[in-house]
Design a protein around this ligand. Structure first.
Ligand SMILES: *[C@@H]1O[C@H](CO)[C@@H](O)[C@H](O)[C@H]1NC(C)=O
Ligand SMILES: *[C@@H]1O[C@H](CO)[C@@H](O)[C@H](O)[C@H]1NC(C)=O
Ligand SMILES: *[C@@H]1O[C@H](CO)[C@@H](O)[C@H](O)[C@H]1NC(C)=O
Ligand SMILES: *[C@@H]1O[C@H](CO)[C@@H](O)[C@H](O)[C@H]1NC(C)=O
Ligand SMILES: *[C@@H]1O[C@H](CO)[C@@H](O)[C@H](O)[C@H]1NC(C)=O
Length: 850
């Protein structure tokens, strides 16, 4: 929820529209350092002094001399594993803040296996000389190549480092010679393919975590999170850069023909610490990035179910009533969420004694039907003597300070509030300990997840752009501006630690966070914040979550139905249909919106939503298997088409479609009143796509108008892939835990199909710590379905109930479309029921169908 809803109720009701407050949230022209740096002409300010160059096993160092007076800079260039280089540039004797918490461990260096020098440059190479970085002396630049292909140029022309009384901004340029399209720099409500910005035109993309109510579509305005990663992509190569810096940034982007695609970074403070990722495919560049910042651990299985939230379910009776209605109307539900009103006066870790007089009984009722509870916990702490969290944090000196050393106080939900200084490890420990059963009283294990909101952090002061002042002071005398963009990241780090301790590390914590940064995937899921019940925001859900998925944060979703305003029934139905295909699936709405739980809707709408929920639950094995594979590889769960089909330039701008893994293609229907939509079927002659909702078959030859009804959005399975489902849908994930599997496939031109399946206890870290899981390959060849172990020491039964083979008929060679016929096997060739065949997950089992 957000500030604005409290004060602009009348605007909401009368105009039914919202706009971001451009008075409060500045554009580049109102931010001094951005204005200065943006209009700076290329100036070749620095040259490498060849006499200062030194190299050791994996690092090159040199002094950069200013060409016209000023401070010397130090350049270090380090070779890293996974086809990555690291570039650091700072003043000699720099006092710039260096981030310590973001990376997932110290990056692993790799030795140079070549150093070559001439009069104008020095080149170092790694990975059997397949990667090289050539530093030119004057003009200064660094050219990064992979296998002889120039992929990234650090452009010294535009390098500037300044120091003023209030900040220490810097800028630099990066060129992507092979790229025709830039992606990344989450979070903006923007198309997946980044637009071109330019002085006099579109503002640069801003990264400054901000609580922006009524954010606008297709805008470079900063939103709640920042991932300073930019990918340059073209048919020949994909590469990327990650600016490891948590200060405010602005990024000018130009996507154009190969040779002219480039970006210009303008940063307020902190270090110029840049990772260069050489790909050269989208899969590799994403893996290189997650190697640095980590992957998500597996969610508990219930997290992948459906969640119901509202600002607010504000009495325990209402909570129980909503849960009961989901059951009695046959809608799946795994968790119900409590927004701020459950607290006693917005004091987190307390309960409102009037409206939640018996929270334990409420949790027991929820648990009785296998539902979980998630409650909101924000980072601002009510200033009130006698409130244990406030008293404890004050006594231990754990709040953010003003520049003069006094404790900062600002306004938020409780009124006067102070803000936990999460940069301080002691503050993280203290706040984390509040989640224990002892400290967060009247909570049981049914309270299974936590929602960290307002953690940009939000401060109700427009003159401060709704956040802490830039000169506020954190632990170690660090100015807020140096670490602004990781405040929410550190908040979730504290919560994650607290939740681990709460359950003695026996359960995988679940946290939803609004503010986030590079690496937040290690602690939390995200949602896209306070959106609006309007069609463009439905599309934005795909755009933003595809973006976050290629930037490591795989668990992403949006407020289904839209946070502000009331969706039409058609929009509401389409949102459920799409939400079922995004990793995090939660409905949420603001106070002024009409109640809109599915069971309150007309019967026909209920039917559409019921089908959408059932579709989600049937595909749980797909979601869970992909979530596991992400923990190993860093691969996205939902993927843009260009990720899987990098050479097809016509998919580069497609962002109304997603791939769930490799094998399921989904087209959002984000248009009102349509009877057909254009679907792009990728893959050229090699792929064929088989409809999930009709007997339609389409060759991967590009765009086709596909009819849509109210009941369905286009969903296709890839020929040659295998989709493992649980087709008996029950009320929630817990009740489906031991259900058997149904295998769907269509064989490819070689009469084969391939897939994987992952199973574990759905709750604990035993999968990670004790290899307690079953992970199998499923190979179809002709009439044989072979199930064999990939890895894992667990003994989770693979019980196959049915095998559904969809055979393409009526599709002559070279035609675009056809039909399929479904053949359902419940027995093997000997007549034995498939579900009675004991499959040994540790060994190979062949099911012969004929
Ligand atoms: C939930 O209910 C189950 C089944 O009755 C019980 O075993 C479990 O202890 C309960 N959990 C909580 C947190 O109350
Ligand atoms: C955690 O471990 C402590 C000490 O062994 C024990 O007292 C407590 O009950 C455990 N808590 C949980 C949630 O398992
Ligand atoms: C089918 O087999 C041929 C020959 O082995 C191979 O080149 C082709 O890639 C295979 N097709 C698929 C879809 O795997
Ligand atoms: C199926 O398995 C049988 C028995 O193992 C084998 O003889 C046959 O060649 C297999 N068929 C295919 C198409 O792999
Ligand atoms: C796997 O199956 C083969 C053949 O049936 C058998 O010889 C072998 O012992 C089995 N291995 C395990 C680990 O069960």
């Amino acid at each position: 929820m957000m500030f604005k809803s409290l004060f602009f109720v009348i605007t909401l009701v009368v105009t039914q529209s919202l706009a971001a407050d451009h008075n409060t949230f500045k554009d580049c022209s109102r931010v001094d350092f951005c204005t200065n740096l943006r209009t700076r002409q290329p100036s070749n300010d620095y040259s490498v002094d060849p006499d200062t160059i030194t190299t050791n096993a994996n690092t090159l160092s040199a002094t950069l001399r200013p060409n016209s007076g000023g401070t010397d800079l130090v350049l270090t260039l380090t070779g890293l594993q996974e086809d990555t280089f690291r570039v650091k540039i700072k003043e000699v004797d720099s006092g710039r803040y260096e981030l310590v918490d973001v990376l997932d461990g110290e990056p692993k260096p790799t030795d140079f296996n070549g150093v070559a020098r001439d009069d104008t440059s020095i080149t170092v190479s790694t990975n059997s000389n397949s990667n090289s970085a050539r530093v030119t002396f004057s003009p200064f630049s660094i050219e990064f190549s992979k296998d002889g292909l120039l992929e990234v140029v650090f452009d010294g022309d535009k390098l500037t480092l300044l120091e003023t009384e209030v900040n220490a901004p810097f800028s630099f340029g990066v060129k992507f010679p092979q790229a025709v399209q830039l992606y990344g720099i989450h979070e903006h409500c923007e198309t997946l393919a980044l637009k071109n910005t330019a002085p006099g035109g579109t503002d640069p993309y801003r990264l400054k975590n901000s609580d922006v109510g009524g954010f606008e579509i297709e805008s470079p305005m900063a939103l709640y999170g920042s991932i300073p990663v930019l990918y340059g992509h073209g048919p020949k190569a994909t590469s990327g850069v990650f600016l490891h810096n948590a200060a405010q940034q602005w990024v000018e982007t130009t996507s154009s023909s190969a040779g002219t695609t480039q970006a210009y970074f303008m940063t307020e403070a902190g270090c110029l610490d840049l990772f260069v990722l050489l790909g050269p495919t989208p899969t590799q560049v994403v893996r290189q990035y997650t190697q640095l910042t980590g992957t998500a651990h597996l969610p508990q299985i219930w997290v992948l179910g459906y969640h119901q939230s509202r600002y607010s379910y504000d009495t325990q009776e209402l909570v129980k009533d909503v849960a009961a209605n989901f059951d009695s109307h046959n809608f799946q539900l795994d968790a119900i969420w409590l927004d701020i009103d459950y607290t006693d006066g917005f004091k987190y870790f307390t309960w409102n004694p009037d409206t939640f007089s018996d929270p334990v009984e409420m949790q027991n009722v929820l648990n009785g039907t296998n539902k979980k509870l998630v409650t909101i916990i924000d980072p601002h702490i009510k200033v009130e003597e006698g409130y244990n969290v406030y008293d404890g944090a004050l006594a231990k000196d754990l709040f953010v300070k003003n520049a003069d050393g006094s404790v900062f106080q600002g306004s938020c939900w409780p009124g006067l509030s102070s803000y936990m200084d999460f940069l301080n490890p002691e503050a993280r420990d203290f706040y984390g300990s509040m989640y224990s059963y002892e400290n967060f009283q009247s909570t049981t294990a049914t309270l299974a997840g936590i929602w960290n909101d307002m953690n940009e952090p939000s401060v109700f002061d427009n003159s401060l752009e709704m956040t802490l002042p830039a000169d506020a002071i954190h632990h170690g005398n660090v100015k807020h501006q140096e670490i602004h963009n990781i405040y929410g990241f550190l908040h979730t780090m504290s919560t994650h630690k607290g939740l681990l301790e709460r359950d003695n590390a026996t359960k995988r914590p679940f946290i939803l966070t609004r503010s986030h940064f590079a690496g937040s995937q290690r602690f939390a899921a995200i949602w896209t914040g306070d959106n609006t019940a309007d069609w463009p925001y439905l599309l934005a859900e795909v755009q933003e979550c595809l973006n976050s998925n290629i930037l490591g944060i795989v668990l992403c979703g949006s407020d289904v139905g839209g946070f502000f305003n009331n969706p039409s029934n058609e929009l509401y139905e389409r949102w459920y249909q799409l939400g079922a295909w995004l990793p995090f699936f939660r409905a949420h709405s603001t106070k002024d919106a009409e109640r809109r739980e599915p069971y309150l809707k007309p019967e026909d709408t209920q039917g559409v939503v019921r089908t959408a929920l059932q579709t989600r639950y049937k595909h749980l094995p797909v979601w869970y298997t992909l979530a596991f594979e992400h923990t190993i590889t860093g691969d996205p769960i939902v993927r843009p088409l260009f990720y899987q089909y990098p050479e097809d330039v016509s998919v580069y701008k497609i962002d109304d479609q997603l791939l769930l893994g490799r094998d399921i293609l989904v087209r959002a229907v984000a248009e009102a009143g349509v009877e057909s939509v254009d679907v792009y079927f990728p893959g050229g002659g090699n792929e064929v796509w088989v409809s999930e909702t009709s007997d339609d078959v389409q060759a991967g030859n590009g765009k086709v108008a596909i009819p849509v009804t109210r009941e369905n959005i286009p969903v296709y399975y890839r020929r040659g892939g295998i989709v493992v489902r649980k087709d008996t849908v029950r009320s929630n994930t817990a009740e489906m835990a031991s259900d058997s599997f149904t295998i769907y496939y269509t064989v490819d031109e070689n009469n084969t199909a391939h897939g994987t399946l992952y199973i574990d206890d759905g709750v604990s870290f035993k999968y990670r710590d004790e290899n307690d899981y079953t992970y199998v390959n499923i190979e179809v060849s002709g009439d044989n379905v072979t199930i064999s172990n990939i890895q894992g020491d667990g003994n989770y039964p693979v019980i196959i109930e049915k095998i559904v083979r969809r055979d393409i008929v009526q599709m002559p060679e070279g035609s675009q479309s056809g039909r399929y016929k479904e053949i359902v096997h419940t027995t093997d060739a000997s007549g034995q029921l498939l579900k009675n065949v004991k499959i040994d997950p540790k060994n190979k089992t062949v099911l012969r169908l004929k």
